[in-house]
Design a protein. Structure first.
Lengths: 439, 301
């Protein structure tokens, strides 16, 4: 790992900042050449489809007035992009603006790649749900990004098949388990859903709903809570269902999985607000047969959901025009026209609460034409998103999840042992990187 | 590869007794080796067949119809791919052709000169140099990508065509191959004879040695072309402007569109299929250079 050395130098500073909630020690002080004169041109790494068209709106409108031109350089999403940003940052050549998933922010911040833009964007805080905004501050007084899109989790099911088998939409996880068993009894060759050990984001979201906080700070130390009570509850629940054969154990996003959805072999899917897009390509024959409901709850009195996916716009410390870049980031994620275009061109679900009920979301997704109030419901669910807690090595925890849970799901063995492995490997990696970890 | 196999079997068939009259009878096929090879071929070709078949399927057919049943959407897929962001796919294809074509050509030239020099001249440090080269052969180019990026960033050359071309011009494996080939194909006597006749060293290299080295250099060119065409990490780190992307990076961006956007499977599969065609064509065209008589440059004593 080429970054290890640099990381060690800055880690302690960030740990202090995170723990003490002070702005001071964060490395990215306000020396980033803000005294600009004349036109500015910015580069922006993003993977959102159609972003160039949205940015055109800026370049022809507010950008032209303020003489700030933004150029989009389209990238592939994923962990590899984080690596690419950090490599570029090491050479001092990161672009002015980057798109980053929420769980990648601590990694970028601990490498001193993201600038604190709290001075520029603090007044837009109210446009986002608290749980969403908190992810861009990492619990400090600094602001490292502006939220762009979110992925509140929901429960999707085949309306027609639920009726055919006399199943009810589960409101709690207990009912969910019962529904899975009832379906097995009525139609042994069908599955309610599958537990996919390939999708760490899904498991993280489910744990988040149950109240888990995987990374927290304690004084100057990181505390890893992957093997905590809430997560263990989630792991045991799904592990139990897999073990007794009530649900499938095959990974998602494979041709076989697509087929299972398309033919109705799997009749429900725990997913997020972006599911209609996935279902359109995965199960084209089932158009209009699905419905969306809130995620089942751990107790009848609760009303919470987790999130799966979502990203933000951040300004890098390499940018010589942080103020201008922050202005663009704010416009992109709060301006009604910009968000309308983002929804239309990029198919994103906006983090901005007012945009969630704007004209672009008046109609349900085409695939869900049978559920006219899809987006009203989605906005209500989005409000209930539980807070999340990401740390600087989410990628390591995710890889560990795939390995340990992959093996456990395949062998239908104990999930809590896999959880222990995940905890151990995450802590070990943090320590290897030079972070202090609380026991 | 196949030509070599064909050449080997022919004389073997000729030596079989009883072939004097009539057409030569075929020897009994050895069952076990043939079966093993057939299995190997199946293992290698099945994914290719999958790509070819899947490229003909439309979005709705892709995961719903039988895997090896050809679909009806090939022309639509190609049309969609060409229409995607104003035909950026063909731009990627052209970029790949530039990186691989020019890169392999330059790399072959460098390999030829250095391989010849290492094979023909005796100078102090030759073995040491060659050993360093061997170490370079063992070093996977992947681990060099990040240092190369940092170096080029110092020179302010990242995100340019040159940043992808330059690091791939020097191929240790190419130099190594050229050296081995030059040592075997260019006899010292021939070089000596050239000197006696008063030819300069450069003239000897271009007029005498180079023609003898052609089959070896074709191999170097092919290896390097394929390596550059398939290279992912180096351009991935070097380039941020997707107008300069080669095909590998382009297809990757089609696949990784973010969680809320479905991957464009049909486009990626069709794109991957089309991206293989130039390589296949290249092999078919260049193959005949291999059948040049390897002994055509031999010394008559």
């Amino acid at each position: 790992m080429p970054y290890t050395k640099r990381r060690r130098l800055v880690t302690s500073a960030v740990a202090v900042a995170l723990g003490a909630s002070t702005l001071a020690a964060c490395g990215s002080s306000d020396d980033g050449g803000d005294a600009r004169s004349g036109p500015v041109s910015l580069t922006y790494w993003t993977w959102t489809p159609g972003m160039d068209k949205v940015v055109d709106l800026w370049n022809k409108g507010p950008g032209k007035e303020q003489q700030i031109t933004v150029t989009v350089k389209k990238q592939a999403s994923g962990d590899t992009l984080v690596t690419k940003i950090l490599t570029a940052h090491k050479a001092g050549q990161a672009p002015d603006l980057v798109q980053a998933e929420y769980q990648a922010l601590p990694t970028l911040v601990s490498n001193d790649a993201l600038a604190d833009i709290s001075g520029e964007v603090d007044d837009v805080k109210g446009k986002f749900a608290d749980g969403v905004w908190q992810q861009t501050t990492l619990g400090t007084d600094a602001v490292y990004a502006v939220p762009q899109d979110i992925g509140p989790m929901m429960f999707y099911y085949r309306e027609d098949l639920f009726e055919q088998y006399g199943l009810e939409v589960p409101a709690t996880w207990e009912e969910f388990a019962r529904t899975a068993r009832e379906l097995k009894k009525a139609a042994p060759d069908k599955d309610l859903t599958t537990f996919s050990a390939n999708d760490s984001g899904l498991f993280a979201g489910l744990a988040q709903q149950a109240g888990a906080r995987w990374w927290t700070t304690e004084g100057e130390k990181w505390k890893v809570g992957i093997d905590d009570e809430a997560t263990r509850k989630v792991a045991d629940f799904w592990g139990g269902l897999v073990e007794e054969g009530a649900i499938d154990n095959q990974p998602m996003y494979t041709p076989a999985w697509n087929k299972a959805l398309n033919t109705g072999k799997q009749i429900a899917w725990v997913s997020a607000v972006w599911a209609p897009g996935t279902l359109t390509t995965a199960a084209p024959d089932t158009k209009g047969k699905w419905a969306m409901a809130p995620l089942p709850q751990w107790s009848g009195s609760e009303n919470r959901t987790g999130s799966w996916g979502g990203s933000s716009t951040a300004v890098t410390t390499d940018s010589e025009n942080r103020e201008a870049a922050a202005k663009f980031a704010e416009w992109l994620n709060t301006d009604a026209d910009a968000l309308g275009a983002l929804a239309k061109e990029g198919g994103i679900y906006p983090a901005s609460t007012s945009a969630q009920l704007s004209g672009a979301f008046a109609e349900p997704p085409e695939f869900f034409a049978n559920q006219p109030d899809f987006y009203t419901k989605a906005a209500d669910i989005a409000k209930t998103t539980a807070p999340s807690a990401w740390g600087p090595n989410v990628n390591v925890a995710y890889t560990s999840f795939k390995d340990a849970f992959g093996a456990a799901a395949k062998n239908k063995s104990d999930f809590s042992a896999a959880l222990g492995t995940m905890q151990k490997e995450t802590v070990a990696d943090l320590e290897k990187q030079g972070f202090e970890v609380a026991r | 590869m196949s030509t070599l196999a064909v050449r080997k079997t022919r004389p073997a068939a000729g030596t079989t007794p009883g072939t004097a009259q009539g057409p030569p009878r075929r020897r009994r096929t050895a069952l076990v080796p043939t079966l093993t090879l057939a299995l190997g071929a199946l293992y290698c070709l099945l994914p290719v067949v999958w790509v070819v078949v899947a490229a003909t399927k439309s979005g709705s057919e892709l995961f719903s119809t039988f895997t090896f049943l050809p679909g009806t959407g090939f022309t639509d897929n190609v049309g969609d791919l060409s229409a995607y962001r104003d035909g950026v796919y063909w731009r990627w294809m052209a970029n790949s052709a530039l990186y691989a074509g020019l890169g392999a050509l330059l790399s072959t030239a460098v390999s030829a000169v250095s391989g010849y020099a290492l094979a023909t001249y005796r100078f102090r440090g030759r073995e040491a140099l060659f050993n360093v080269l061997l170490a370079g052969v063992l070093m996977p180019p992947v681990i060099l990508a990040v240092p190369q990026y940092l170096l080029l960033a110092e020179a302010g050359m990242t995100d340019s065509y040159l940043s992808v071309l330059l690091p791939q011009v020097l191929s240790p494996y190419g130099v190594y191959l050229a050296r081995i080939y030059a040592a075997a194909a260019v006899p010292a006597d021939v070089v000596e004879a050239g000197r006696m006749d008063g030819a300069g060293e450069w003239r000897i290299f271009t007029r005498v040695a180079l023609p003898m080295m052609v089959p070896g250099l074709v191999t170097v060119f092919l290896f390097q072309f394929v390596a550059v065409w398939n290279n992912f990490l180096l351009p991935y780190i070097m380039l941020s402007d997707d107008e300069k992307f080669p095909i590998t990076l382009g297809l990757h961006t089609l696949l990784e569109q973010g969680a809320n956007t479905p991957a464009l499977y049909t486009l990626v599969i069709t794109g991957a299929f089309l991206a293989v065609l130039p390589l296949v064509a290249l092999f078919l065209v260049v193959q005949r250079f291999w059948s040049l008589d390897l002994l055509s440059g031999a010394v008559k004593s």
